[in-house]
Design a protein around this ligand. Sequence first.
Ligand code: C2E
Ligand code: MG
Ligand code: MG
Length: 814
Amino acid sequence: MDKTVQDRPSSSFNLALFISFILLGINLAIIYIRIDQGLRTIIADVFYPIIDFLVVASLFMVAKHSGIQSRKSAIAWGMMALAYFVYACGDTIWAILEVVLKQQPFPSIADGFYLAYYPFFLVGVFMLTAKPATSGEKINTILDIGIVMIAAVLVFWNFLIGPIALENVGEPFLYQVILLAYPVGDLVLFGALLLIINNQSEDRDRRSLLLLSGSLLATIITDCIYTYQTLLGTFISGSLLDIGWTASTLLAGLAGISHWAASQSKDNMAKTSTSRLPSRRWIMIRSLLPYIWLVAAYALLIKGGLTELPMSFLSLAVGVGIIVGLVLVRQMIALSENRRLNVRLVSMDKYQLQAAELRNANQELSIEIAQRKKVEQKLSYDALHDALTGLANRNLFLDRLGQAIESRKRNSKRSFAILFIDLDGFKVVNDSLGHLVGDYLLIEISRKLKELLRSSDTIARFGGDEFEILLDITDGESRILAIAERIQAAIQSPFLLDGHEVHITTSIGIIQNITEYDQPVELIRDADIAMYKAKATGKAHFEIFEVSMRHQINSRLEIENGLRKGLENREFQLYYQPIINLDSNQIIGLEALLRWLHPKRGILLPEEFLSIAEESGLIIPIGDWVLNQACMELKAWQDKYPFLNNVSVNVNISSKEFSQPNLPGKVVSILQMSGLSPKNLKLEITEGVLISNYSRAREVFSELRDKGIQLQIDDFGTGYSALAYLRRFPINTIKIDKTFIDDIGKNQRGVGIIRAIVAMARELGMETVAEGIETGEQLSELKNLSCGFGQGFLLSKPLDWETTERVLTDQRRN
Ligand code: C2E
Ligand code: MG
Ligand code: MG
């Protein structure tokens, strides 16, 4: 369908072209067929108006159609239609005068119409040609046309106008004017032709302008020949010259149809729009034209010098001079234009250089952006993940919790649970096997958790040994407890880390349903409370959160704040547990044990707050207070009861306290302040401290030992230390852990170990204290095993200050 639309206009033009050839053929036939001269004139006189009106009709049609696209183009073609209309009128009148009225048609009213053709046609052409784009181009166009026009005037004047004027000097004035009007009109047409040639590049339809130029050229040439023949008196109406006018008329009509066809055909439009720029050859010819005319004018000047011409030699010289001047001006303009272009070219080079630099900079920038993006991605990953295990961190977990709460609100079928997991005794692993093994353990545990859970569940590590799990339990709540059990079983099975077999258990707090929660932090808090409950009630199991727990157990944060306040408000107290010489039953020492007199919860044991004190760093001021208090209280008793001068006080020193840069200095200054003798102070340190701070521990131990302070290894046997280590440290006493004492009477393993420890200690010149003696059987067995000292509920529970004093003084009395 498209094809037919495109083909129709071009086939219309072809048809018009075909008809034009036929008409030209008819015209030739009219001229050459052997018929009577009168009849030939009649046929010719009828034939020409018909052609004229045909062209007028087609041009009007073109004008009307052009109106759709541009008013200017419509007026232009309208003007040309009018030009041919008046011309047609002229031909008609000519025919009437010649054929009907049998009058001489020249000069007559017909000439008035013929002459009217020129201005109309000129206006038409003028409007059709586009305006030059720049003022420079405009000046150039004016100069080009000026040069050619002056040369043309010189030619016309000397060969047509001048001779005609001279020939008809005696004729009537009107006759002379009409006679001269034709060459003048042709001169004007020539100007129009130049206009088309010079502005041709801007027009959309080159073919139509070419045809128009052809029409103009045909008119000018035919007119010139006609005028010349008239001058010589050789012109005959109905001669071959008529073909020129017919061709001119038909060409104008064809130009119109071509324009119409071009504007109709999209294909053509596209083609012409790409061929809008004039060809190089055409530009060269156009720029050479002024020089050709200059040469022609010069030749005319020479001819004027040789023979008599209608124009005086001076006028001719002035005319040629003007042409030379205009050519010079044009030349200068061209030069300055060239210079300007050159400058622009140079600056374009500069721009190109700048553009290349910019491109480079751009490239570097995009590389940098890509790198930054990577860093950003890493940063945002780090911001949401735990660096050690790669699990979600607190932030990400809180975010997921928030989403879970929202989705639960939207869809009541969705259900989530929370598991808050805390390892029991992780500190022991960390302290005794070192942080590296501690880290391996955490990584292994997170791997096991990932294996046990689904990808829709979120596992997070909040730091330390705490893991949180958000379970998607849409498929049934029974899964929660099953998972908790599976986790516990998985973690309970031993880990082989760096050559050590590590045993660990977990306490888990569970929130089964998140329905009542609005804020993720509330969920965490309650899960934490449930986990604490699990810890407080024997560890290694899970507890499901109940609202009543909130009142029983405070969250860590509350404990931390409470500890801070407790320090300020002197809520701490020391209890003392006597250490007995198992041979003599005498109290040889007191272990200072910290108690917190909580304003709401009563007396709290260390296990309820010590780990939080450690984590928050509050253990340092608390430990200072303990050391100071223990020294002062014992010193006060000794001052009061001098027989207690050999009784010593045991103070527990945690790993964090031990890592203080100036522990020996601090201990010494406390001793000095209290006035207690260094030999009455014994520091208890767990095995872990020796291992994780091996070289530092040796230094500190030696320093303390040099000051006369005694050192004891607490909870011996629970850590992972090699016995060989003991030799390298200046240790006075080993406290055998309660777990071995518990084995007495139950299995032989404990007894064997105790025996080995006692023997080894003796070898190393150390003393042994059995911890946690609860039964008589244990006591007698320990005596059998030659364990020198003992401590335990059987002998005495930890006692408050007054009771301790009483027990101490009672002993003396006994
Ligand atoms: P520890 O140093 O091994 O202290 C002995 C713990 O065993 C005490 O618990 C004591 O009450 C308990 N105990 C003694 N005999 C028996 C017994 O026959 N049966 C049972 N079941 N338990 C017995 P307590 O006072 O709760 O202290 C626990 C731990 O807290 C201590 O273990 C010690 O490691 C730490 N601790 C206590 N006070 C301080 C302190 O002032 N500073 C530091 N850093 N740690 C302290
Ligand atoms: Mg102790
Ligand atoms: Mg102990």
